[in-house]
Design a protein around this ligand. Structure first.
Ligand code: CTP
Length: 400
């Protein structure tokens, strides 16, 4: 759980997208957050306060004069915003954006946001023409100048019937914005990190290819963890069905040759490179331009070696750069991984065995041994995100 011991305040205003906030509240609770909710009277026309009370197990405030049932001398419209770790105003109507931008406090949400001392995220959601109105845009610019963070609305079919920008992002995206702001110490700010992930596909003809079982989950978790810690992350990935982590620049590739090109052209700009992709070691010598038709008898496919990207980056390592590889083995895990550490001139190899339950491809967990020239540390079974944080901790240690 990424939001344990965090107090998250949801401020809901009157817009049809208010219904999405029930899922958002529920997902935040599942991440361990203590979720509090306040709503405007207009928000109550779209979703009831009772929904949020049940989901969050906390009293929901809808009126400036509502009392705290546990503490009658407390003033909730002040304490809600001063005790929260973060506030998300969503959906943020043009009305609330205008009020906050101009210091107006005349309903439960505006009177909570004005005295708040924590970071405030606003997620505008409204009709496209309302959103594009210069006054609304000017108010948003003003709010940004004062340190409020604006979550860009999504584009698509709007409830008012128009198509365009103005949709509230998905609950997953809203939760990820909160996680991004408060879940981790920003100890990688200023670091540029290049991560690769997933399988490569080596074409035999326009229909068939050679690939492997990599799901990309480890590399995506690494990119997510690094981004949560404030790094500037580029993720070069083979074909996977995973969402791009928040704040990460994604580059999609297909083959080992594509991976080589994208990694070697970017490597020089990065402080840290982490190679978790399962890059093919062999590729068909010739790719047929037309579908290969079957014939009587067997067929032999001639394969040539691909370039070892990690080895090449390791031998061209720039001063102060840290390069980390992965090693997937089915036998002699530590011995083979240590050989890779030196033959590829890597600073660390994260070794995992396909034979260990809970480790390896497709699953959300891993069991990794971190191998450096002077140390060896076996991590217990943990989620790929937790393992990613351990890997990043070790990288920071190596960089000292
Ligand atoms: N790697 C790479 N380029 C390749 C093959 C692998 O950069 N053509 C990288 C992987 O991304 C990983 C590391 O090298 O970080 C080790 O990969 P692994 O598949 O475990 O080992 P190989 O070097 O391919 O050796 P072997 O297949 O013999 O185990």
């Amino acid at each position: 759980m990424l939001l344990e011991n965090k107090n998250v305040l949801l401020c809901i205003t009157g817009g049809i997208a208010a219904y999405k906030m029930a899922d958002t509240a529920s997902m935040l609770v599942k991440e361990g957050a203590d979720v509090h909710v306040c709503m405007t009277k207009n928000a109550e026309k779209f979703i009831t306060a009772e929904t949020f009370r049940v989901l969050t197990k906390n009293k929901v405030y809808t009126d400036v004069f509502d009392e705290d049932p546990d503490d009658p001398v407390n003033v909730p419209h002040i304490s809600l915003g001063t005790s929260a770790d973060i506030i998300l105003v969503a959906p943020a109507s043009a009305d609330i954006i205008g009020k906050i931008a101009n210091g107006i406090a005349d309903d439960m949400v505006s009177t909570v946001v004005l005295p708040a001392t924590c970071p405030v995220l606003l997620s505008p959601s409204m009709n496209v023409y309302m959103y594009e109105n210069k006054i609304v845009q000017d108010n948003l610019e003003k709010l940004k100048r004062f340190g409020y963070k604006i979550i860009e609305p999504a584009s698509g079919h709007l409830a008012c019937g128009y198509d365009g920008k103005g949709k509230l992002p998905t609950p997953e995206a809203l939760v990820e914005s909160i996680i991004y702001e408060i879940s981790a110490a920003k100890d990688l700010v200023g670091k540029k990190i290049l991560v690769n992930a997933g399988p490569t596909c080596e074409a035999i003809d326009p229909v068939r290819y050679i690939t492997n079982h990599s799901s990309g989950k480890m590399g995506f978790a690494l990119a997510r963890a690094a981004s949560l810690r404030g790094a500037d992350v580029t993720l070069v990935t083979g074909q996977v069905s995973l969402d791009t982590p928040f704040g990460v620049e994604r580059v999609d590739i297909v083959s080992a040759a594509d991976m080589y090109r994208e990694m070697t052209s970017r490597a020089g700009d990065n402080d840290i490179i982490i190679m978790s992709a399962a890059v093919a070691d062999y590729t068909p010598e010739n790719t047929a331009t037309e579908k290969i038709k079957k014939k009587d008898g067997d067929m032999t496919l001639s394969l040539g070696r691909t370039k070892d990207i990690l080895k090449e980056l390791g031998s061209n390592k720039k001063d102060g750069q840290i390069i980390v590889g992965f090693s997937m083995e089915t036998e002699n895990l530590l011995e083979n991984s240590r050989k890779k550490l030196s033959s590829k001139n890597a600073d660390m190899i994260c070794a995992n065995s396909l034979r260990t339950p809970g480790a390896g491809y497709q699953v959300d967990t891993n069991i990794i041994t971190l191998i450096t020239p002077d140390s060896q540390e076996e991590l217990p079974l943990m989620s790929k995100l937790e393992a990613s944080h351990k890997i990043l901790d070790k990288i920071l240690e190596l960089g000292k």
